[in-house]
Design a protein around this ligand. Structure first.
Ligand SMILES: Nc1nc2c(c(=O)[nH]1)N[C@H]1C(S)=C(S)[C@@H](COP(=O)(O)OP(=O)(O)OC[C@H]3O[C@@H](n4cnc5c(=O)[nH]c(N)nc54)[C@H](O)[C@@H]3O)O[C@H]1N2
Ligand SMILES: Nc1nc2c(c(=O)[nH]1)N[C@H]1C(S)=C(S)[C@@H](COP(=O)(O)OP(=O)(O)OC[C@H]3O[C@@H](n4cnc5c(=O)[nH]c(N)nc54)[C@H](O)[C@@H]3O)O[C@H]1N2
Ligand code: SF4
Ligand SMILES: [Mo]
Length: 709
C-alpha cells in the first residue's frame, strides 16, 4: 500500500512543505504540499532530487578509514575509538588549540546536529572553530548584535504586505530566498506588483530576479556601501527621515547624519556606476512608500564592505520608518524561540575577544574566519592546527583559495569528517563518519522559522527506518563527546540528552515558547499538536516585536555603533581610490545546483553545463573570447579554464562563475558526469580579500585576468 508522508524540505532556506509517496522502501513521488501554510504547494527540482540522495550508491552507509590510497569499511565502535584517539593524540602532543573544527551549511538545516554538535565542540576546548558563517551571513549577525543586542535579530522583509522591495546583492528567484524564508518567492514578488508596489534589483548581473523586477540597476561589484551611504545622506538632505514609533527607542541618528555627510550621490555615482539622479530617485521611492524595505544578501555580505552594507541597509529601514512594522522589515516570532535560547544554542554574540594567530583577524561568537583556516594549518609555530574535524561541510570547494586549503589538509596529523560523501574535502580524512540519510531522520526547522515571512510551525517525522547500526548526526556528536569528556556531571547530562533526543528538546521548547501552554499543559503548541497537523500550523503574519525583543543592555536600538562608525574612514578611502578597468569576478547560483554537492543527482543537474564563465560582449570582443570555447581565468592565487558564455546579462567589466563545482580532483568518490564536474571558483577567490571588520571572505568582486585558453 502506498503511503503519504508530509515533510518540510530541508535543502534550502525556503522550507517548503512536500508530500512524499512511498511504497515500502521506495519513493514513488514527491510533490508540493498545498496545505502547508507557508509554502502553499511550492516546490523546486531540488526537493525531487531527495530521492536520488536517499538511493544514491555513492552515499556512505558505514564508517570508513583510510588505508593507503583506498578506504576500508569499519565498525562504528572502531571508527569512534579511532577518532577519539586521533584527537587526543594531537591534543596531548600539541595542546587543545591544535585541533580545529569546521561546521558547514547543512548543519543549520539539521536540528539534531545543531543541538548536539555544540556540546562536542565545547568538549574539544579549542579556540580554532570555523564555519561557513564567515563565507556567508556573518556581517548580518555582527550588525544584529551591535544594533539590536542579539546576533539572531536579523530583520526579514515582510514581503506579503510590502509595497516596495529593493533587493541588493540577492537573487531569490534562483536561491529561493536567503535570510528571508519565503517559499514561492516569485509569486510573492508578483503580488507586491499586483498590489501596486514595485520591486527593484541592484546587481552587477541582470539576474532571474531582475527579470521579474520593475527596474534593475547594474552596480560595480563591491561599491554598494557607497550607494547605501548616499541613500542615507539623501534622506537627511530631503528631510525624509521618519522614525515614527521607534523614535523613543533610537540612539545614534545624529551620529549617522554627521558620519555619512560626505557620501553624497554626486561623490559616489562615478564609482558605483549608478547616477546621482538614480540614487535620489531610488531614495525618494523608498521614503515615499507606506510599508517597504531594503533587503541585501550574499552579494553585499561576502565583499570587502559587508559589515557596512548590512548596517546601512538596517539604517535605511529604520530611518524610513520601515523597521518592525507591517510591510517593512520585520522579525518573526518562531514557535521554538531560538533567540531566547533553546538547548543552549543561542548566545547574543561576542566579538573580538581573541584574534587569529597568523593574520590577527577577530573571532565572532567563538569562531575565526574561514579565510584563515589554511594559513593556521600551514604556518608553523606555537598554536599551529594539526588536526581537523569537519562536519556537513566541503571547505575545499567553499572557502576562498581552496587549493591552498587542499594542500593544507593533506599535511594534517589527523582529520575526521562527519559526512556521507567522499568529496574534495573528506578525501583527506583518516576516518569518515556517515550519518543517516535525511529521510531517515525527523526534522524541525530551528533556524529558518526565525527568518520566515510568516509564523508557522511544522514537525516532520522520519520516513524510513534507519539500518540498525546507522547513526544520526546527533548520535555521532554525542558518542564523540562522551569519548572526550570525563566526570559524573557530564555523564549525567549526556545520558539525559541521549534519552530526550532532539525531538524531546523541541517539544519542551514548543511548550515553553511563545505559543506554548507550559510544560504539562494540554492546550497550546507542543510536538503532539504538530504531529496532529502534518502539513504544519499557521501562527499568523509577522507582528511588531519592539521593545520586548530588544536585547541591548539599555533596551534601545543602537543605530550608530562605534565599531561601524569606525569603519567609515575605510569607505571614504574607497571613494578616493576611484575605479580601474580590470575585470571583477562574481558568483552565481542556479536553481539546479546546491552549493558544493548533489551534482551527482542527474535528475537535478541535467541540461546544459552550468559551470560557465559569463562575459559581457564588449569584454569578450576586446579579449578575443568566443562563446563555447575555454577561457583562462587567473587571479592572485590561481588559475583555471572555464567555458565562455557571452552575454550582456553581466555588466561590462564583470565576469561570473558559480561556486561549488570542481569535482575532478583525484580520489573523489561521487559519480558526477564529466560534463557537470566543472571547476572551482574558489580556486580563484583570494583568502586575503576579506572584510577586515569581521573577516568575512570577499568571494565576490575578485580581480581577475581573462584570456583565450
Ligand atoms: N565563491 C563562493 N564561495 C562560496 C559561496 C559563494 O557564493 N561563492 N557561498 C558560500 C555559502 S553561502 C555557503 S553556505 C557555503 C556552503 O559550503 P559548505 O558549508 O561547505 O556546505 P555545502 O557545500 O552545502 O556542503 C555540504 C556538505 O555537507 C554534507 N551534508 C549534507 N547534508 C548533511 C547532513 O545532514 N549531515 C552531514 N553530516 N553532512 C551533510 C554534504 O555531503 C557535503 O559534503 O559556501 C560558501 N562558499
Ligand atoms: N538553488 C540553490 N539555492 C540556494 C543555494 C544554492 O547553492 N543553490 N545556496 C543557498 C545558500 S547557502 C545561500 S547563502 C543562499 C544565497 O542566496 P542569494 O544571496 O539570494 O544568492 P546568490 O545567487 O549568491 O545571490 C547573490 C547575488 O549578488 C550578486 N552580487 C555579486 N557581487 C555583488 C556586489 O558587489 N554587489 C551587489 N549588489 N550584488 C552582487 C550576484 O550577481 C548575485 O545575483 O542561497 C541558498 N539557496
Ligand atoms: S525551494 Fe528549497 S525548500 Fe523548497 S523544495 Fe526547493 S530546495 Fe526544498
Ligand atoms: Mo549560505
Amino acid at each position: 500500500m502506498p503511503q503519504l508522508h508530509h515533510r518540510a524540505c530541508h535543502l534550502c532556506e525556503a522550507i517548503c512543505g512536500i508530500v512524499i509517496e512511498t511504497e515500502e522502501d521506495r519513493i514513488l513521488s514527491i510533490r508540493g504540499d498545498k496545505e502547508d501554510p507557508l509554502s502553499q504547494g511550492h516546490i523546486c527540482p531540488k526537493a525531487v532530487a531527495l530521492q536520488d540522495l536517499h538511493a544514491d550508491p555513492d552515499r556512505l552507509r558505514k564508517p570508513v578509514k583510510r588505508v593507503g590510497e583506498g578506504w576500508e569499511e569499519i565498525s562504528w565502535e572502531e571508527a569512534l575509538a579511532l577518532t577519539a584517539a586521533g584527537i587526543k593524540r594531537v591534543q596531548d602532543a600539541n595542546g587543545n588549540n591544535a585541533v580545529a573544527v569546521f561546521q558547514g551549511n547543512p548543519t543549520v538545516h539539521n536540528h539534531g546536529l545543531i543541538l548536539y554538535a555544540q556540546y562536542f565542540v565545547r568538549a574539544l576546548h579549542t579556540k580554532m572553530r570555523f564555519s561557513s558563517t564567515s563565507v556567508d551571513q556573518l556581517p548580518h549577525q555582527l550588525v544584529a548584535m551591535q544594533v539590536f543586542g542579539h546576533q539572531l535579530m536579523m530583520p526579514v522583509p515582510d514581503v506579503d504586505r510590502s509595497r516596495f522591495l529593493l533587493i541588493i546583492g540577492g537573487n531569490p528567484a534562483a536561491s529561493m530566498g536567503s535570510l528571508m524564508t519565503a517559499p514561492g518567492i516569485r509569486r510573492r514578488l508578483a503580488a507586491i506588483q499586483e498590489r501596486g508596489g514595485s520591486v527593484i534589483v541592484v546587481d552587477p548581473r541582470r539576474t532571474e530576479t531582475a527579470d521579474l523586477a520593475d527596474a534593475h540597476l547594474f552596480i560595480r561589484p563591491g561599491t554598494d556601501a557607497l550607494l547605501l551611504a548616499a541613500m542615507v545622506t539623501t534622506l537627511f538632505e530631503t528631510d525624509a527621515v521618519v522614525t515614527d514609533r521607534l523614535s523613543p527607542l533610537l540612539s545614534g541618528v545624529e551620529a549617522i547624519r554627521e558620519g555619512l555627510a560626505s557620501f553624497t550621490p554626486e561623490a559616489v555615482a562615478p564609482i558605483t556606476g549608478i547616477s546621482a539622479a538614480q540614487i535620489r530617485d531610488l531614495t525618494r521611492q523608498l521614503a515615499a512608500v507606506d510599508g517597504g524595505s531594503v533587503y541585501g544578501r550574499m552579494g553585499v555580505s561576502t565583499q570587502p564592505f559587508g559589515g557596512l552594507c548590512q548596517w546601512l541597509i538596517t539604517v535605511l529601514n529604520v530611518l524610513t520608518g520601515n523597521l518592525d512594522r507591517p510591510g517593512g522589515a520585520m522579525f518573526a516570532t518562531p514557535a521554538v524561540d531560538v533567540v531566547k535560547g533553546v538547548g543552549g544554542i543561542s548566545r547574543p554574540g561576542r566579538y573580538g575577544r581573541w584574534r587569529s594567530r597568523v593574520r590577527g583577524l577577530p573571532e565572532f561568537d567563538g569562531e575565526l574566519p574561514a579565510a584563515v583556516l589554511a594559513e593556521e594549518i600551514l604556518t608553523e609555530g606555537e598554536g599551529q592546527i594539526r588536526a581537523l574535524v569537519t562536519s556537513a561541510s566541503n571547505p575545499v570547494l567553499s572557502v576562498p583559495n581552496g587549493t591552498q586549503l587542499d594542500t593544507a589538509l593533506a599535511g594534517l596529523d589527523f582529520m575526521v569528517s562527519v559526512d556521507f560523501y567522499i568529496n574534495e574535502t573528506t578525501r583527506h580524512a583518516h576516518v569518515i563518519l556517515p550519518p543517516t540519510s535525511p529521510l531517515e531522520r525527523d526534522h524541525y526547522d530551528l533556524v529558518f522559522n526565525l527568518l520566515a515571512v510568516r509564523n508557522t510551525a511544522k514537525y516532520s517525522p522520519a520516513l524510513f527506518q534507519p539500518a540498525p547500526d546507522a547513526k544520526h548526526d546527533w548520535q555521532i556528536m554525542l558518542e564523540l563527546e562522551k569519548r572526550l569528556t570525563r566526570g559524573v556531571k557530564s555523564r549525567a547530562m549526556q545520558t539525559a540528552r541521549q534519552w530526550v533526543k532532539p525531538a524531546g528538546i523541541i517539544d519542551y521548547a514548543l511548550r515553553t515558547g511563545p505559543y506554548g501552554g507550559g510544560i504539562k499543559a494540554l492546550s497550546g503548541l507542543s510536538l503532539a499538536t504538530l504531529k496532529a497537523n502534518p502539513s504544519g500550523v499557521d501562527l499568523g503574519p509577522l507582528k511588531p516585536v519592539f521593545p520586548e525583543r530588544l536585547f541591548t543592555k539599555d533596551g534601545r536600538i543602537h543605530l550608530a555603533p562605534e565599531l561601524l562608525l569606525a569603519d567609515l574612514p575605510r569607505l571614504s578611502a574607497r571613494l578616493v581610490e576611484g575605479v580601474d578597468d580590470g575585470l571583477l569576478l562574481i558568483g552565481r547560483r542556479h536553481l539546479r545546483s546546491n552549493n558544493s554537492w548533489m551534482h551527482n543527482a542527474e535528475r537535478l543537474v541535467r541540461g546544459k553545463p552550468r559551470c560557465t564563465l559569463l562575459v559581457h560582449p564588449q569584454d569578450a570582443e576586446r579579449i578575443g573570447l568566443v562563446s563555447g570555447e575555454l577561457a583562462r581565468v587567473r587571479s592572485r592565487v590561481g588559475e583555471l579554464l572555464a567555458p565562455v558564455v557571452i552575454s550582456d546579462e553581466v555588466m561590462p567589466g564583470v565576469v561570473s562563475l558559480p561556486h561549488g563545482w570542481g569535482h575532478g580532483r583525484a580520489g573523489v568518490r561521487m559519480s558526477v558526469a564529466s560534463a557537470h564536474a566543472g571547476v572551482s571558483a574558489n580556486d580563484l577567490t583570494d583568502e586575503l580579500r576579506v572584510d577586515p571588520l569581521c573577516g568575512t571572505a570577499a568571494v565576490n568582486g575578485v580581480p581577475v585576468e581573462v584570456a583565450p585558453a
